[in-house]
Design a protein around this ligand. Structure first.
Ligand code: MLC
Length: 463
C-alpha cells in the first residue's frame, strides 16, 4: 500500500471535516486532497516522472504539505531542505540529489499557479518506492541522503497511532519544522492518518506559545526538549488550563533532561512521553503511553522494531528503517551489519527492557533539536587563511541542550574574530554558528594527532 492509499482511508470518510488550521484559515480534508491533486497535475505538467526528485526549502505552510502529498501521488521523491540553510549547505544537497526542480519561497507561487493542467496519470507504485530523501550528515563525510520509502513512513505512522492512542478526536498543535522527520514523519503522518484536526504554526515562538495553547486547547503536542524548557516559563494558572485540555506531550530529537520532565510534570500535570528516532529510521523506541514513562529512558522498542546492543552500540531492524543512502553504496554498507542498522548511539537496556541512551560513537552536537556536525564547521574554519587549526565541540546549555563553541589556533598575524563570525553566518544556518570562538595556543591531540575534544575547556564561562 502506498501513502496515498493509506491517507485515502482517512480522507474518504472526512471530506468535509476540518483538517487544518493555519494562520487563521481552516481547510477540510477535501480541500487538502483537492490541493494535492492540483499540485500533482502541476508537477506532472513540469515533466515530473516517478523517481524524479523535488527539493523543497519552505517554511511550514500549506505549500509544503501540498507538495509532499503531490510527490507521494506521483512517485516523485520529496527532498526537504532546512529553511535556515545558506547557499553553501543548500548547494551540496541540490548537487547530490539532482532534483528536477528546487522549490523555495521565491518560486513556489509560480509553480502552483498552473490553472488547468491535464490530470496527471498516477503511476502504480509499490510500498517500497522511495517517498523522501532526507539529508543527514553523520560524523564522517558530507551530508548523505537517507532514502525513506512509503512503507517506512507507513510503518512509523501506524505504530505511533496505535502506541500513542492517536485518533480523529485529537486536536494536534504542530510547531516543529516540516523539513525534518520529527514533524514530517510523525506530525504530518499522524495527522493525516488519524484524521484529527491540526493547528500548524509557522514555527515555535516562545512568547506566543501560551496564547496558542490556550486558544487552540490541543490534546496532542510534539516537541523537542528546548521547547519544553521554554514552556517551563508558562504562568502556573495557564499551565494548569493547558494541562487540563491536553492528553499527551511527546518529546524527541534530543535527550530530555530528567529535571525538565519533573518540573514540567509539576507545572502542567503531565509526564512527557520521551521517544527515540532518527532521520534514517523514523521512530524506534518509545516510552509507553499506558505504563511507566521512565525519566532519562527512551522506553521500549516499538512494534516490529528489533533492537540489540553490540559493543555498547544500539543496532536496529524493522519496517521503519531506511534502505540506504542515495548514491552512496559504501556509506550504506558501512551503516549496516548483517542487516542491522548501526545507529552510532550507545545504549544500555534495563532488565525489564527499557533502553537508555548514554552517548554517541561519533562526533555530533544537538542544539535545540537540530543536528550539528562539528566537522562541517571545522572544515570551513580551516579554509580561512588566518586559522591554522580548529576544533568545534558542544558545550552544555540549559535551553538548547548544547551549543557549538569553536577552538582555534591562529596563524601569526592578526585575526578579526567579529569578521570570522560574519563569515560563518554567511555560510551556515544560524544554529550552527559557534557561540564563542576561543583562541588556543595549541589543540590537545593524542599521539596519532587526533584532537582530544574531552580535553578542551568545555564551558561557556571561559575567560
Ligand atoms: C529556529 N529558528 C528558525 C526556526 N527554528 N527560523 C525559522 N524557522 C524555524 N523553524 C531560528 C531562529 O530564527 C533563531 O535564529 C534561532 O533559530 C533560535 O530561535 P529562538 O527563537 O531563540 O528559538 P528557541 O526558543 O531557542 O527554539 C528553537 C526551536 C528550534 C526549538 C524552536 O530549535 C526548533 O524548531 N527545533 C526543532 C528541530 C527539529 O524539528 N528537529 C528534528 C530533527 S529529526 P537566530 O539567527 O536569531 O539565532 C530527528 C529525528 C527524531 O531528530 O527523533 O525526531
Amino acid at each position: 500500500m502506498t501513502l496515498t492509499d493509506l491517507f485515502q482511508l482517512s480522507f474518504a470518510l472526512r471530506q468535509n471535516d476540518i483538517a487544518l488550521e493555519f494562520q487563521g484559515a481552516t481547510y477540510t480534508f477535501g480541500d487538502i486532497d483537492a490541493r494535492a491533486a492540483h499540485m500533482a497535475n502541476a508537477l506532472a505538467a513540469h515533466g515530473f516522472e516517478p523517481g524524479d526528485r523535488l527539493a523543497v526549502q519552505l517554511p511550514n505552510g500549506l505549500e509544503i504539505i501540498t507538495l509532499f502529498l503531490a510527490c507521494v501521488r506521483l512517485g516523485v521523491i520529496f527532498v526537504p531542505v532546512n529553511v535556515l540553510y545558506k547557499d553553501r549547505e543548500v548547494s551540496h544537497i541540490v548537487s547530490d540529489a539532482e532534483p528536477r526542480l528546487f522549490v523555495h519561497a521565491d518560486n513556489v507561487d509560480s509553480l502552483a499557479a498552473i490553472d488547468d493542467a491535464p490530470a496527471a496519470r498516477l503511476p502504480l507504485l509499490d510500498g517500497d518506492s522511495p517517498a523522501a530523501i532526507v539529508y543527514t550528515s553523520g560524523t564522517t563525510g558530507p551530508a548523505k541522503g537517507a532514502i525513506l520509502s512509503h512503507n517506512n513512513f507507513a510503518a512509523n505512522a501506524v505504530n505511533l497511532l496505535a502506541c500513542w492512542s492517536i485518533t480523529a478526536a485529537d486536536r494536534f498543535l504542530l510547531a516543529l519544522p516540516l523539513f525534518h522527520v520529527h514533524a514530517l514523519g510523525n506530525g504530518l503522518h499522524c495527522w493525516l492518518l488519524s484524521g484529527c484536526r491540526m493547528r500548524l504554526l509557522e514555527r515555535f515562538e516562545h512568547e506566543k506559545a501560551t496564547a496558542e495553547f490556550l486558544d487552540f486547547r490541543p490534546t496532542l503536542f510534539f516537541g523537542v526538549p528546548t521547547i519544553y524548557v521554554r514552556l517551563l516559563d508558562t504562568p502556573p494558572e495557564a499551565a494548569r488550563q493547558i494541562g487540563s485540555a491536553m492528553r499527551l506531550f511527546v518529546s524527541g530529537s534530543a535527550p530530555l533532561p530528567a529535571h525538565v520532565l519533573e518540573q514540567f510534570r509539576q507545572l502542567f500535570g503531565h509526564t512527557i512521553l520521551e521517544r527515540y528516532g532518527m532521520s534514517e529510521t523514523l521512530m524506534n523506541i518509545s516510552n509507553p503511553y499506558a505504563g511507566e514513562r521512565r525519566p532519562g529512558s527512551v522506553g521500549l522498542p516499538l512494534p516490529g522494531v528489533s533492537a540489540r546492543i553490540v559493543d555498547g552500540e544500539l543496532q536496529l531492524r524493522g519496517p521503519n528503517i531506511f534502505s540506504g543512502y542515495w548514491r552512496r553504496d559504501q556509506a550504506t554498507r558501512d551503516a549496516f551489519s548483517d542487516g542491522w542498522f548501526k545507529t552510532g548511539d550507545l545504549a544500555e537496556r534495563s532488565p525489564n527492557g527499557y533502553y537508555t541512551l548514554c552517548g554517541r560513537r561519533g562526533d555530533l552536537i544537538i542544539s535545540g533539536g537540530f543536528n550539528i556536525y562539528p566537522r562541517e564547521i571545522e572544515e570551513f574554519l580551516m579554509e580561512q587563511p588566518e586559522v591554522a587549526e580548529a576544533a568545534v565541540a558542544g558545550v552544555p546549555d540549559p535551553v538548547r541542550g548544547e551549543v557549538p563553541v569553536a577552538y582555534i589556533v591562529v596563524r601569526p598575524g592578526s585575526l578579526d574574530l567579529a569578521d570570522l563570525e560574519r563569515r560563518c553566518r554567511a555560510a551556515f544556518a544560524s544554529f550552527k554558528i559557534p557561540r564563542r570562538f576561543v583562541e588556543m595556543p595549541a589543540l590537545p591531540r593524542n599521539a596519532l594527532g587526533k584532537v582530544q575534544k574531552h580535553l578542551l575547556p568545555l564551558t561557556m564561562e571561559l575567560s
